[in-house]
Design a protein around this ligand. Structure first.
Ligand code: 3HC
Length: 706
């Protein structure tokens, strides 16, 4: 094959079988030349009298991970012949041989082949919806014909990766290959089916579609079932519409519908935001300046100090990822209580049906309670999660330094204390870093890895690897008050409390943020985590900083015993055993009382003002964080907001969203509020610079190295 095709698609004849190999590292995305290469290879196979059948296979770690996401939104030419049509129109049978991932366009190429075989570990899926588009290579028309519209719709609307054995049960895969050599097995399979006619083409199947006519309500039911999750988004609904077309229209008309709806989505705001989030999540794990050969190994054993809520959640994260973990606490009582809480959490999942009893038992068996430091000395990583008192934390690190084996990774989950304090309590500060989890630690995906002044790059990389191994998205932050994630969110919290005093009620503010796309409003979330959590921090700050602006409303609620759901009342009132928040007159009167006392004039707010008051305060602080070099890149802040605070993914993240408002408009707004509300709204220097240059927040570079 000539030109670029030669590099990405190979064609060789082995034993009478034409083997088409996609070789486009790292994941065989359908980048420039790949589709054309497939077309040319199929033509070759059909023209060669020695070839009786063909195999489509991927080199390296995967079959095909889908279209090249970097090419979306850019102009491209219409091919003379579509590779899908060429595959399923081939006169000789084609076997797709799948290992690694067959995703999006990858699975669509497999669906256009006549047979599909896979190794057991392979995964298949149509995850396009997760980047705001839909399968545009016939996937919405072929998959329902192969496995029925209901199962197809489930896969297409969730975008989930389906393991090969399940794919076999569904009918996507014809055979699971047991041997180690997929190519050899595929050639043997191809020889077996080489002369079978007619060729089985998915597009010709009608049996599963006919079956769907019995349940015409299924599409409406699906739309209803996703209404909450998919609000403000188009892609999930367009996916459903395409599957509906597969059931109600002939194949070629269905393809037209798919093409038309795909074109509508490709450049939509949600697709742009989701593509950005995809790449931001891959950037976040890169550490500039790290040696190329730095590849930390997987932690085999872990320890957690402190069996409280956080410690228990962290231990669960390890057990959930099959890593044995020891939990150490000062007293047997604390340990028992902690482990009982862990057991309870797992039991809730079993009751809900999201975890089997056997799996619960397996995970619990991985968590061992210990009460001596010597018992954890051999662990590869230890995470301290004791309460936030400097003397206690220092003591823990002195003891860890004394017992832990050389090279062990020493991490602290502190959210309020400088990582350096703990590092300096040891003789190995290079091996100490922060590992800041977000509550509940076993659920929230974000792990903020905090680089102390002396933390080595190897330690940062190892801590990030631990995060990856336990299924977290790790982002690096520099040490400072609140680090990067909470620090960037703190002004949001301040503004939400201060807007109350000006006349916006919790239910109003929550409503605006839910409409924006958050799963819950910030006051409802605060009721869940507890109003008392930040109460002490506020008192401490007020004592330390004479200019600290007191937040009277939450303080008074806590002093009245309203600490959130756990006390039956907080920002809202709760009926016993029910988590539905009910607006409460008591809260209204506390707000009115504070407003009266401090002479704060009452006014009305637009939804836009509420949204901007909260988010722009944080954008301004994020600019300061970049100025001080406390993150590696602006997009890391977005990843933190997506995975730590439930920011709606289809809005990209805080900085991406800010760019949709525009830096100049934001500066103007912030200057206006600076004049009205004073120092806390002073525009950050970097924000001014970005606005003056007409630049983008998401591309802003930190002003200092971390
Ligand atoms: N396009 C472009 N680049 C891709 C890509 C794609 N489809 N999939 C992965 N990559 C890149 C990543 O950006 C990363 O690049 P980097 O090393 O420069 O950061 C590299 O490949 C490795 O990716 P990961 O770090 O994500 O590797 P993992 O092994 O952790 O995960 C994966 C592999 C599960 C395949 C994951 O990369 C993934 O989910 N990829 C996207 C899959 C997808 O969405 N496919 C559908 C595309 S849309 C489509 O096909 C439309 C069609 O219907 C017309």
């Amino acid at each position: 094959m000539s030109g670029g095709e030669a590099e990405t698609v190979r064609f060789e004849v082995e034993d009478g079988i034409g083997v088409i190999t996609i070789d486009n590292p790292p994941v065989n995305a359908l980048g420039p030349g790949v589709r054309e290469g497939i077309v040319a290879a199929v033509d070759k196979g059909n023209a060669d009298p020695n070839v009786t059948a063909m195999v489509l296979i991927g080199a390296g770690r995967s079959f095909i991970a889908g279209a090249d996401i970097r090419q979306f939104g850019k102009p491209r030419s219409t091919p003379a012949r579509y590779s899908h049509d060429v595959l399923d129109g081939s006169a000789k049978p084609i076997v797709a041989a799948i290992h690694g991932f067959a995703l999006g366009g990858g699975l669509e190429h497999a669906l256009s082949s006549h047979y599909r075989i896979a190794v057991k570990e392979a995964k298949v899926g149509l995850p396009e919806v997760l980047i705001g588009i839909l399968p545009g290579g016939g996937g919405t028309q072929r998959l329902p014909r192969l496995i029925g519209p209901k199962a197809a719709m489930d896969m297409i609307v969730t975008g989930r990766h389906v393991p090969a054995p399940e794919a076999k049960a569904l009918g996507i895969i014809d055979e699971i290959v047991e041997g180690k050599d997929l190519k050899r097995e595929a050639i043997a399979y191809a020889k077996r089916i080489a002369h079978a006619r007619p060729l089985p083409r998915v597009r010709d199947r009608a049996d599963r579609i006919a079956e769907a006519k019995a349940d015409p309500g299924m599409f409406e039911a699906m739309r209803k079932s996703i209404a909450r999750r998919a609000r403000n988004q188009k892609a999930p609904y367009h996916c459903i519409a395409c599957v509906e077309a597969a059931v109600t229209r002939p194949f070629d008309e269905g393809l037209e519908t798919e093409k038309r709806l795909f074109a509508e989505l490709e450049n939509s705001d949600e697709a742009k935001a989701l593509r950005y989030a995809f790449f931001a999540e891959r950037e976040v794990s890169k550490i500039p300046g790290a040696p190329k050969d730095l590849q930390p190994s997987r932690a085999r054993t872990a320890a957690v100090i402190g069996a409280g809520t956080m410690g228990g959640g962290i231990a669960m994260s390890f057990a959930d990822s099959a890593i044995p973990v020891k939990v150490l606490d000062a007293t047997r009582e604390a340990l028992d209580r902690g482990l009982a809480r862990v057991r309870e959490n797992y039991a809730v999942s079993v009751k809900r049906g999201s975890l089997s009893q056997a799996e619960m038992d397996r995970r619990l068996a991985l968590i061992e309670a210990v009460d001596r430091y010597e018992d954890i000395a051999d662990c590869d990583v230890v995470i301290e999660a004791v309460f936030e008192r400097i003397d206690v934390k220092k003591e823990v690190f002195t003891r860890l330094d004394a017992v832990m084996k050389p090279g062990a990774l020493l991490l602290t989950n502190s959210s309020a204390i400088d990582t350096d304090v703990m590092a300096n309590a040891t003789k190995r500060p290079r091996e100490v870093a922060g590992a800041h989890f977000f509550a509940p630690a076993n659920v929230m995906k974000l792990l903020e890895v905090v680089k102390g002044t002396k933390t080595s790059i190897e330690t940062v990389a190892a801590a990030m690897k631990v995060g990856r191994d336990i299924g977290k998205v790790s982002a690096v932050a520099g040490t400072c008050d609140g680090f990067a994630a909470n620090r960037s969110r703190a002004p949001f919290v301040t503004e939400m409390m201060l807007m109350l005093e000006e006349g916006a009620l919790p239910e109003r503010i929550d409503g605006v943020m839910v409409d924006f796309g958050y799963p819950m409003g910030p006051f409802a979330v605060n009721d869940l985590s507890g109003l008392d959590i930040s109460y002490d921090t506020r008192k401490r700050r007020a004592a330390a900083d004479p200019n600290y602006r007191k937040l009277h409303v939450p303080d008074r609620l806590v002093e009245m015993g309203r600490k959130g759901q756990k006390t039956g009342a907080g920002w809202y009132r709760y009926d016993k055993g029910d988590r539905t928040p009910h607006p409460d007159e008591v809260v209204k009167s506390v707000i009115a009382e504070v407003a009266r006392e401090f002479g704060i004039p009452q006014r009305t707010f637009t939804d836009e003002e509420i949204l901007q008051r909260l988010l722009l305060a944080s954008v301004n602080e994020a600019c300061r964080i970049l100025e001080e070099g406390k993150v590696l890149r602006a997009s890391d802040i977005d990843v933190m907001w997506l995975h730590g605070f439930g920011f709606p993914r289809y809005r990209g993240g805080l900085m991406f969203w800010a760019d949709t408002v525009g830096s100049r408009a934001i500066l103007a707004r912030i200057e206006e509020w600076h004049a009205r509300y004073g120092a806390r709204w002073k525009p950050a220097e970097l924000l001014r610079e970005i606005a003056q240059a007409g630049g983008a927040f998401r591309e802003a570079k930190p002003k200092r190295a971390l």
